[in-house]
Design a binder for this molecule. Structure first.
Ligand SMILES: Nc1nc2c(ncn2[C@@H]2O[C@H](COP(=O)(O)OP(=O)(O)OP(=O)(O)O)[C@@H](O)[C@H]2O)c(=O)[nH]1
Ligand SMILES: [Mg+2]
Length: 353
């Protein structure tokens, strides 16, 4: 599962990517090739587990991020095709919108910038519909129920796009999402809007940031304000200096935390934990995954030889403080193959291979 960072040229995408990946990946500024990397997902619950269960190390879950080259303003020309192809490939979008004034690029213009990006995505989805709707309608007239469903979904997509609304804003049920997926609509992808704000307006209360927040709300997206340059600087610091710098800015954690968690949510992922003497670790799995599927995220052998999952919820640990107390309170559960994992489960898998 990948989250693609998109936006106009020079709005801070690579700066955000470097912050997310803690500067682990060498990047070339302005390159037309995407940068790929893993972002560690900050997780307060994970750190808190370590306060109750002594361990040697704490390992965070990862989020795969792709820094996609910027969309040129004006006529996109030949650069646009490959950029859109990269966007089509990712599972979720994180659109960076410049909310600070820049000497080179001019005053912040969030409305114009968002419109420039989204009109390209919209047009591109309309092209896909144009080349598929007629065909689906023709086959549907022959009585094929699948084609009829396809034609119906495509027609509803077209109606939305003609109104300038993204496919994601439609009401989709039953098998609709499967059909949408086969066409790879970009405006159907879940989206997070990142308002890249100035260093003195981190709370997102500036006019520009409010515009982005409003747009996110209307277009079925999530919203996080942050200052990419600042996040990137914070990510370069040693742990101790980091806390000091954040405190001087009145923050308790980097905004990156909220962003990574929002992106994780966008991708339809939830978190479970394993906790032992050697390590305490967070794992990202699709929401509603079964216990054996969750085991498979750790190792295929554990999924194959799955017997049962012994688990409790992190909140029970925070309340009762020890695993012994959890057991005595009857909160230690033994779950079988059918169990649908809950976000925040702490699990010990019993298996036999
Ligand atoms: N003032 C300010 N400048 C920023 C911020 N984020 C990035 N910049 C500057 O904007 C310039 C472009 O940043 P990049 O991160 O390379 O932008 P980009 O979106 O990756 O650009 P392309 O890949 O060329 O599309 C750099 O000079 C950054 O230092 C920010 O939050 N505030
Ligand atoms: Mg870049």
């Amino acid at each position: 599962m990948e989250c693609g960072i998109i936006g106009l040229q020079g709005v801070g995408k690579t700066t955000l990517f470097q912050a997310l990946t803690a500067h682990a990946i060498p990047v070339q500024p302005g390159s037309m090739k995407p940068n790929m990397g893993m972002a560690s997902i900050p997780d307060g619950r994970l750190d808190r587990i370590a306060e109750f269960i002594p361990t040697q190390k704490v390992i965070h879950a990862n989020l795969q991020v792709v820094d996609i080259p910027g969309i040129p303003t004006g006529s996109g020309g030949s650069a646009l095709g490959p950029i859109l192809a990269h966007i089509r490939n990712v599972d979720a979008l994180c659109q960076v919108v410049r909310c600070y004034d820049d000497p080179g690029l001019g005053p912040a213009n969030p409305v114009g910038d968002i419109d420039a990006i989204e009109s390209e995505l919209l047009l591109s989805d309309l092209v896909v519909i144009e080349s598929n709707l007629d065909k689906a309608e023709r086959v549907a007239r022959g009585g094929d129920p699948d084609a009829k469903h396809r034609a119906d979904v495509l027609a509803r997509c077209k109606a939305l796009l003609d109104e300038g609304m993204p496919v994601r804003n439609g009401t989709w049920s039953g098998n609709d999402p499967v059909v949408l997926k086969t066409y790879g609509f970009m405006t159907a992808k879940p989206i997070l809007y990142v308002a890249n704000v100035g260093e003195d307006e981190l709370d997102g209360s500036s006019e520009s940031a409010k515009v982005v927040a409003g747009h996110a709300e209307e277009h079925g997206g999530q919203f996080v304000p942050l200052c990419a340059r600042l996040e990137s600087e914070v990510a370069e610091l040693e742990e101790a200096d980091r806390a000091e710098m954040l405190e001087s800015m009145g923050l308790t954690e980097p905004a990156l935390g909220a962003m990574a968690r929002a992106a994780n949510d966008l991708l339809g992922l939830s978190t479970f934990y394993t906790a032992g003497e050697k390590e305490i670790r967070a794992w990202a799995i699709p929401k509603g995954a079964s216990a054996p599927e969750a085991a498979g995220a750790i190792h295929s052998d554990i999924e194959r030889g799955f017997i049962r999952a012994e688990c409790f919820h992190v909140d029970d640990l925070f309340e009762l403080k020890t695993e012994k107390a959890i057991k005595e309170a009857g909160k230690l559960r033994s779950e079988g193959k059918q169990y649908a994992m809950q976000d925040g489960d702490v699990v010990n898998f019993l298996f036999n291979v």
